[in-house]
Write a protein that binds this ligand. Structure first.
Ligand SMILES: Cc1ncc(C[n+]2csc(CCOP(=O)(O)OP(=O)(O)O)c2C)c(N)n1
Ligand SMILES: [Mg+2]
Length: 655
């Protein structure tokens, strides 16, 4: 016999308030307010199989309002996922429990995205919806035919990124996407009326979305809205009018329920109000069985899908792509060999395009794009046609001027699986995308950022466009590999490393200006070690020059000049700090030995180079904003010439 849906929803409410109470920390209001909507969604609409949480054709559910994390922990537990267990939930927000403060994708199956930074969940859901349609275009309905659901709060729909993401979703007509808005008219500071009076429904309609409203506590009305969303070809926003903290009789409807334990007294009152007589964390068998039964709902769909997969000629390739494995034997060696045979003097942004020509021809899983700088970022290759609402099979996305939205969408694509997304803008605008880059890193998502115009070398556009602190600030981010290749060969090597790194994002910092090919001998991937000796001192070694990107060429000319004065100088190219730091002590000491004067040269903030050069080393960089002028004039003006640098080194050697 079917269990009363109110009881199912109250199980979410009870678990949420009890877990927050036990932790004396967390957000009971949102899960209690959205319990009814989520119950209907998860018991009748969401296609998933708790016995196989990675089933590729499952629906994706994103809790964009990540502070309501107890909602998803309760849903996963109740529908029968192996984790979280009740013990995990009892450990909510404590060390060792997968029930972290906010949901983290790598801690629990069924948590498709790490959320909490408001707005980004919606934007990642847009990326997932792009991935779904793209893979559907490639593999057909038999293998790819699912939906993306997101729950967003008032906060998600205030954040700027929701504008970028919703604009893109409307433009691409991503009808598989449904955003359920927890329209409770409350945020932390109080009523939403304190800070906003916009018409969100009109705004979403203007983006080209289907918009429908319902009473989030009236099951029939929520069903009507969900059915309307399913029937409409556009992305849907469902405004669910809810009462935050519903069930807590004295606090519901107020900000007091948003982000604090309700307190023993109010929890007791809520138990009475909900007629929930069970002790904390105790769930009656009949309610658990009701939920488990709902969790088994899609088993038949799953089995039918498995049969279609077995019968599909695409099986092996589809599974390879969904697993994130590169094709067996993937390598850029032939392309790199062609460079050794016929050296090229090109900007590294152009070198990136050349590498991509080779990559995109052999990796069908790449989807490129740019935030309206395609011709400057060199992100589009000849074989890429645009991904549009009339042809989702395209492998190039015109993201428009939406850096944050682009980066978040790329996270969504990478998390969905089957796709390796890369996208470009100017390096200086990583600031616009940074919150999503941070989530790429935290979520261990393979997203490749093609960031061009990487220094004052971009020239006349001036200081607004010239990155200074960007390389260093990106290097400060955990689990992000920052590459700054010095020539066409290093660029290809760095691309290969970025593609091979399944468990994290990479930034490729690339030049606008041409650079000579410095690597002319066949070799293994030297960038893999992060830094390597490009030139060994001829005279007795007194100096080791460490440089990145466009300044490696300069370092070579400085070394030549020093050698002319009888001063032996190594040149170390260091395209990737993170990789170098991962080498053993012997390798690091061989490349950056004790004794010689260590000199860093990079046209950006010097902060941090001391870790390699020591306190007595010399750090040549730029700790002020740039200026508008041709690149050559700027390098001269700011002292990035051998004539300016050699005397500084000679003086330092005398100290
Ligand atoms: C980018 C970002 N800014 C601020 C916060 C802190 N924060 C968490 S929840 C919240 C209020 C969100 O209001 P709403 O989405 O309406 O959630 P509700 O109170 O209804 O649960 C804020 C400001 C955050 N998590 N992310
Ligand atoms: Mg709210």
């Amino acid at each position: 016999m079917a269990v009363d849906p109110h009881l199912l929803a109250n199980a979410i409410r009870a678990l949420s308030m009890d877990a927050v109470e036990a932790a004396n920390s967390g957000h009971p209001g949102m899960p209690m307010g959205m319990a009814d909507v989520a119950t209907l969604l998860w018991t009748e609409y969401l296609k998933h199989d708790p016995a196989d949480p990675k089933w590729p054709d499952r629906d994706r559910f994103v809790l964009s309002a990540g502070h309501g994390s107890m909602l998803i922990y309760a849903l996963l537990h109740l529908t029968g996922y192996a984790r979280p267990t009740i013990a995990d939930i009892k450990g909510f927000r404590q060390l060792g429990s997968p029930c972290a403060g906010h949901p983290e994708n790598f801690l629990l199956d069924g948590v498709e995205a790490t959320t909490g930074p408001l707005g980004q969940g919606v934007a990642m859901a847009v990326g997932m919806a792009i991935a779904e349609r793209h893979l559907n275009a490639e593999y057909g309905d038999a293998l790819v035919d699912h939906r993306i659901w997101a729950i967003a709060g008032d906060g998600c729909l205030m954040e700027g990124v929701n504008h970028e993401a919703a604009g893109l979703a409307g433009h691409l007509a991503l009808g598989r996407l449904t955003v359920l808005w927890d329209d409770n008219k409350i945020t932390i500071d109080g009523a939403t009326g304190l800070s906003t009076s916009e018409d969100i429904e009109a705004r979403y309609a203007a983006y080209g979305w289907h918009v429908v409203r319902c009473d989030g506590h009236d099951r029939a009305d929520v069903r009507r809205a969900l059915d309307a969303a399913l029937a409409d070809p556009r992305p849907s926003l469902i405004a669910c009018r809810t009462i935050i903290g519903k069930g807590a009789p004295n606090k519901q409807g107020t900000a007091a329920t948003h982000g604090a334990a309700l307190g023993a007294e109010e929890v007791a009152a809520a138990r009475k109000e909900l007629a929930w007589e069970h002790a904390p964390f105790e769930l009656p068998d009949e309610i658990v069985e009701g939920w488990r039964e709902a969790g088994r709902r899609s088993r038949g769909d799953h089995a039918a899908w498995r049969r279609r997969l077995e019968a599909s000629a695409d099986k092996a390739e589809f599974l390879r792509r969904m697993a994130g494995d590169l094709p067996a034997g993937f390598s850029l060696a032939d392309y790199i060999q062609s460079l050794i045979e016929a050296p090229q003097k090109v900007a590294t942004r152009k070198a990136s395009e050349m590498a991509l020509e080779a990559i995109n021809a052999i990796l069908p899983e790449t989807i490129g794009g740019s935030a309206d700088l395609t011709g400057s970022n060199n992100t589009k290759t000849k074989n890429q046609k645009p991904l549009t609402k009339s042809d989702y099979s395209g492998r190039y996305i015109y993201y428009g001027i939406r850096e944050f939205g682009m980066a978040a969408a790329m996270n969504g694509m990478a998390l969905h699986g089957g796709i390796i997304p890369y996208g470009g803008t100017f390096l200086v605008f990583t600031d616009y995308a940074r919150p999503a880059i941070r989530l790429s890193a935290l979520q261990q998502a393979r997203v490749i950022y093609v960031m061009t115009h990487d220094s004052i070398g971009l020239g006349e556009d001036g200081p607004t466009h010239q990155p200074i602190e960007h390389l260093m600030s990106l290097r400060a981010m955990p689990n992000l590999d920052v590459y700054r290749p010095a020539d066409v060969v290093e660029t290809a090597e760095c691309w290969e490393l970025a593609l091979r790194d399944e468990s994290g994002p990479s930034v490729l910092a690339l030049t606008r200006q041409n650079l000579p090919q410095l690597r002319t001998q066949p070799a293994d991937n030297l960038c893999a070690k992060g830094a390597y000796r490009l030139r060994a001192a001829a005279a007795a070694r007194k100096v080791v020059l460490v440089a990145t990107g466009s300044e490696v060429e300069l370092a070579l000319s400085v070394a030549e000049a020093l050698e002319g004065q009888g001063v032996g100088a190594d040149v170390v190219s260091m395209p990737c700090w993170e990789r170098f730091d991962g080498q053993d002590e012997a390798y690091r000491a061989a490349i950056l030995p004790e004794g010689p004067l260590l000199v860093s040269i990079e046209a950006g903030a010097t902060l941090g180079w001391e870790r390699y050069t020591g306190r007595s080393g010399l750090n040549i960089g730029l700790d002020r904003f740039g200026a508008s002028a041709p690149a050559g004039d700027l390098f001269k003006h700011f002292g990035f010439t051998a004539d300016a640098i050699v005397p500084r080194i000679v003086a330092a050697l005398k100290d």
